[in-house]
Design a protein around this ligand. Structure first.
Ligand SMILES: [Ca+2]
Ligand SMILES: [Ca+2]
Ligand SMILES: [Ca+2]
Ligand SMILES: [Ca+2]
Length: 374
């Protein structure tokens, strides 16, 4: 019933000057990652990201960094470890090694206020307990590996034979731990957003939210939007409601809803269809793949490095969109955050609304956002 990975073969080959040095067949780049065929939201199709055509135009700059505000990341996952942002000011021997004992000198070498923040920081209730820089999820057997999944969705290492492809082929991700076991620490998230800004990330992915308008969070994100040139992206939520979900619903945050493989708004299959599906309404700006077909991503279930394929939701839609935003920022480093958002909003395919739900925009098509002007 669901078309997952068929390449229609009806696309003309674009005449772009190719800016990448990668396997490229007539304007398409198909990565060699093992589970690529299962990554339905990224495939060539109306309403999907069309990454093989997008990558033929732009695979991005490795200095363009997506800050993943989430519940920590298994940074040593074999499909993530080469994409982790390493703080050059704390990497004293410049070897980019993650959690390098040689760099743990208990000195804030770059003077950014964080001691030995070699690969990010743990803000989970940092203001109460002093925190630390252990950015991995605390319990290795915790089944809730949300941050690891989101990091893979936007930034898994692409075209390395193993696992999955990340939308942001070259851009890396900054680990900003602000949650644990399915909960987000709002104050930690605010501090983490500042950390991302101070350390050079220009895309902020927030695959979380709440139904109460949080004044301080709103003011902080608005400052980062107006004065920090940050592209702010958040998931619209998974509760089939049009109640505004924050931070997505703030005007200065791109609110990303979810689509299904047939380009409708995502709704879960029975028995969950009455409670789980993409949030909707005027405050939802754009959408990308969310379910109900499973989305495969990096994971660390039961202490093993694996690739999970049993999850769904607008968290993924947000992470995919952040990946595309990083490619746009790579292609147009001079553009403001406003210009990047405008490009995303205009680069969509119409969604087929088949129930009462609707959103403001369409389904993101990465190729439309990266192709050269006609
Ligand atoms: Ca080092
Ligand atoms: Ca530091
Ligand atoms: Ca240090
Ligand atoms: Ca891979």
């Amino acid at each position: 019933m669901l078309e997952l990975s068929r390449v229609p073969g009806i696309y003309a080959s674009p005449n772009y000057l190719l800016t990448v040095n990668s396997p490229n067949v007539l304007g398409f780049i198909f990565p060699d990652d093992e589970y690529w065929d299962q990554q339905w939201p990224l495939q060539l199709h109306t309403g999907k990201l069309n990454m093989p055509k997008a990558w033929a135009v732009e695979i991005g700059n490795e200095n363009e960094i997506i800050a993943v505000l989430d519940a920590g990341v298994r940074y040593d996952h074999p499909d993530l470890n080469d994409k982790v942002w390493v703080n050059p000011g704390e990497d004293l021997d410049s070897d980019s090694e993650l959690y390098d004992e040689d760099d743990m000198n208990e000195i804030d070498d770059d003077g950014n206020g964080f001691v030995d923040d070699l690969i990010g920081w743990d803000f989970w209730f940092w203001y109460q307990n002093g925190g630390d820089n252990t950015v991995d999820p605390d319990n290795p057997y915790d089944y809730f590996e949300h941050g690891t999944r989101m990091s893979g969705a936007c930034c898994a290492e692409t075209n390395n034979d193993i696992g999955i492809a990340g939308v942001a082929w070259n851009p890396g991700f900054m680990i900003v731990k602000v949650g644990h076991e399915g909960s987000i620490d709002m104050w930690g998230a605010m501090l983490g957003a500042c950390y991302a800004y101070w350390n050079g990330a220009r895309v902020l992915n927030m695959s979380f939210g709440f139904y109460e308008n949080q004044l301080f969070m709103s003011m902080l994100l608005k400052w980062l939007w107006r004065h920090g040139d940050m592209v702010l992206i958040a998931g619209a939520g998974n509760d089939l409601t049009d109640s505004p979900h924050y931070p997505a619903a703030y005007d200065f945050v791109l609110s990303v809803g979810g689509t299904d493989p047939d380009n409708h708004l995502w709704r879960e299959l029975p028995p969950w269809h009455l409670s789980k599906g993409s949030n909707w309404g005027d405050w939802v700006d754009i959408a990308a793949g969310a379910g109900p077909s499973n989305i495969i991503s990096t994971d660390f279930l039961w202490g093993n490095y694996i690739y999970t394929n049993g999850h769904f939701g607008t968290s993924y839609s947000s992470a995919f969109t952040s990946g595309v935003a990083a490619l746009i920022r790579s292609q147009h480093p001079e553009w403001t955050n406003q210009q990047v958002i405008e490009k995303l909003l205009e680069s969509t395919d119409p969604i087929v609304f088949n129930d009462e739900r609707y959103i403001n925009g369409g389904a993101l098509n990465a190729w439309k956002s990266l192709r050269m002007p006609q």
